[in-house]
Design a protein around this ligand. Structure first.
Ligand code: SF4
Length: 329
């Protein structure tokens, strides 16, 4: 079996707020292998973006803190690194792509400078070589006439081109892991598909692991190899994408599937929204976080937290589910 490049173990991230302590990520564990795409899905506030920020060492302090767990990247625990060591990994061996490139790009610097600088910094190359590589990367992400675009500023690019340039920036140092947080949400559907096709293709060709954070199950079905479903800061189900779509087991995952139009055009099944609101993380009870919205909830669900258990498969194809009603294999 391929050795995972990333192993997250019992990650617990909390924030101190005026309303109390929020456990935004609660004992979350998962692995990602080289060349694999893991999608993390869930509603807003489910903990998916905070999981990403925890891996990147970007939890704002002192309000936030990682209180427990390990984040093993290529065998090294990122939580034990100091700020300088983490900076050397971030943007180099681990790259990120955010939803809105304008908020991550410097509007006063040319695209070429923004791509070439990390190459020069991390790979210690002469400026001319780094700039040549930046043009090559713009070509790889299918920006026409890449050499002449090096001198353009971000505002001179369309939204789709900016996101392509972000992917070029992310790939600049040949990272082993890319974390893409809702990378195409702000784009129209056609451009979204082009960008995700490109990202997946490049990641596979380069053997880069990809964590795709999204609330869009259509994106998950098309691009993910495996899926981790989060609810209330907890991982509630994880499986290969095929297995999850064929046999969703957790009531929340089934609820998510029931409110998405079917890709095969079958309109015989009505779309069913999940009743209720996402949980207030300052007031979670001792039981299942989904219990107030779950039609199948029983007395036990209010008092005992269901832990993730194997319900089939093995290795990276294991199917895990955290529900008291699950059948054991
Ligand atoms: Fe529903 Fe209980 Fe399963 Fe939670 S543990 S999802 S409340 S049945």
């Amino acid at each position: 079996m391929t050795q995972p490049i990333l192993q997250v173990r019992d990650l617990t991230t909390r924030f101190r707020t005026d309303r109390g302590v929020v456990t935004a990520v609660d004992q979350v564990s998962f692995d990602v292998a080289p060349g694999e795409t893991l999608a993390i899905v869930g509603e807003s506030g489910s903990g998916k973006s905070v999981t990403a920020l925890s891996i990147l060492g970007l939890i704002p302090r002192p309000a936030g803190s990682i209180d427990a767990g390990e984040i093993l990247f290529d065998g090294q625990d990122l939580l034990k690194l100091d700020a300088d060591a983490m900076r050397a990994i971030r943007g180099n061996r681990i790259a990120m792509i955010f939803q809105e490139p304008m908020s991550s790009m410097n509007p006063a610097l040319t695209i070429g400078k923004q791509i070439a600088e990390p190459i020069q910094l991390h790979q210690k190359l002469p400026w001319k070589t780094a700039l040549g590589m930046a043009a090559e990367l713009l070509g790889q992400v299918q920006i026409p006439e890449p050499a002449s675009r090096l001198n353009a500023y971000p505002h001179q690019f369309s939204g789709g081109m900016r996101q392509r340039a972000m992917i070029a920036m992310a790939l600049a140092c040949k990272p082993q892991l890319i974390i893409a947080d809702e990378p195409t949400t702000a784009l129209d559907v056609t451009v979204q598909a082009q960008i995700l096709d490109l990202l997946k293709d490049l990641a596979q060709r380069l053997g880069t692991a990809l964590i795709l954070i999204t609330h869009d199950l259509g994106v998950v079905a098309r691009y993910a190899d495996r899926v981790a479903v989060m609810y209330g800061g907890r991982l509630v189900e994880m499986a290969s994408a095929d297995d999850l779509y064929r046999q969703p087991r957790h009531p929340y995952t089934r609820g998510l599937m029931a409110c998405v139009p079917r890709l095969d055009g079958d309109t015989s099944q009505a779309l069913v929204p999940i009743e209720g609101q996402p949980p207030d993380l300052t007031a979670l009870g001792p039981g299942c976080a989904f219990q107030p919205r779950c039609a199948l909830a029983q007395a036990q669900c209010r008092v005992t937290r269901p832990m993730l258990r194997t319900t089939g498969g093995r290795g990276l194809s294991v199917h895990l589910n955290a529900c008291h009603l699950q059948e054991t294999p």
